[in-house]
Design a protein around this ligand. Structure first.
Ligand code: 13P
Ligand code: SF4
Length: 334
């Protein structure tokens, strides 16, 4: 006679032990899916304690990362500020490579890990340090304002960095009437419209936000006439013009939490809505959204492996780091 085991599987047992963690995501992850995440969530918790590590996660990370294993979450600006203050020995950056580099620049004594080295960014890949030197030759004396979505090499050639959350303040802090703003053409044009400062742009685009069109927003309004539409400033200017409000991911979150619209459309990466919806189930999120394949390189299993193997460590050559850090620190001082 065969005896069937009644013992729960490891995954089911882990799911039971982590039921309190599941509560954070129950509105966006079906209960039946939780056992597939639970073992990794437990293992990452244990590894963080053993390694004295923290996980920093961008707002575009999926809910099981964002709500269940991250210690610090935010937009690019918040992650930079928080990375500088981290006391733990190890920082795992659940995001993309430029974010991990920024963390390393600001806290060089720590071990900074990125779970998958292929987590790039179409904006960071659109420009090189040599391109910045050429721009300077073409526009002598014009300061270079560089979006943080760039490599450390490019930051090192820059006067100051900015994020989508502080670009207006950074530009106004310079007190000039013309800047070179690289590499996001759409962000530069959207910000220029708010400052009256002339901008020299570069033809870099975010592959996620450039896909939205004004027709998408108009269709959304026809289908959901009550929805408040928020667009990230990496969207084309004609998309931002159709929106009710534009801001960084943290500014979108702030808008939703403080104004509490009953229905909202976030014209940005898909996980953003999922993460906000997890905490605000009373708000209806309409989702015309696009996925960033680079952000999706971080998963619970790549984060777990990163902590198990202490890879992939981010290193920046001293000469470059010194100059790049200056541009980032100048931004943080604004
Ligand atoms: P923020 O979170 O700074 O708005 O940036 C969006 C983004 O595309 C990061 O890659
Ligand atoms: Fe880069 Fe766009 Fe992905 Fe952000 S969403 S990492 S800007 S490709």
């Amino acid at each position: 006679m065969t005896t069937l085991s009644t013992a729960p599987s490891e995954a089911a047992a882990a799911a039971a032990r982590t039921a309190h963690v599941y509560e954070r995501v129950r509105h966006v992850i079906p209960e039946v899916e939780w056992p597939a995440f639970a073992e990794d969530v437990e293992a990452i918790g244990r590894l963080k304690r053993e390694r004295n590590a923290v996980v920093l996660a961008h707002n575009y990370q999926t809910p099981e990362i964002f709500h269940c294993v991250a210690d610090i979450v935010g937009d690019s600006l918040a992650l930079a500020r928080e990375a500088e203050r981290v006391d733990a020995d190890v920082i795992v950056l659940a995001g993309v490579h430029f974010m991990a580099e920024t963390a390393k620049l600001l806290n060089p004594g720590k071990t900074v890990l990125i779970p998958d080295l292929r987590a790039g960014c179409s904006l960071a890949e659109s420009i090189t340090a040599a391109d910045v030197r050429t721009l300077r030759e073409q526009h002598p004396g014009v300061p270079v304002v560089t979006y943080v979505n760039t490599s450390a090499d490019v930051k090192a050639e820059s006067d100051i960095c900015c994020t989508s959350g502080n670009a207006v303040q950074v530009i106004e802090s310079l007190g000039v009437d013309k800047v070179i703003m690289i590499p996001d053409e759409f962000l530069a044009k959207n910000i220029a419209a708010q400052t009256g400062v002339e901008v020299v742009t570069w033809a870099g685009h975010c592959e996620v936000h450039e896909r939205f069109s004004p027709a998408d927003v108009r269709q959304l309004r026809r289908e959901h006439p009550d929805a408040v539409v928020l667009a990230h400033p990496e969207c084309p200017p004609d998309v931002v013009a159709e929106a009710d409000h534009s801001g960084s991911t943290a500014q979108m979150l702030d808008f939703v939490v403080t104004r509490r619209p009953s229905q909202v459309a976030l014209i940005t990466e898909c996980s953003m809505s999922d993460n906000v919806a997890a905490e605000h189930p009373d708000i209806d999120f309409v989702r015309p959204c696009n996925i960033c394949p680079h952000m999706r390189r971080s998963t619970l299993s790549t984060i777990r492996r990163s902590l198990e193997t202490m890879s992939h460590e981010v290193r920046i050559e001293d000469q470059v780091a010194h100059r790049a850090r200056r541009a980032v620190e100048r931004m943080l001082a604004v």
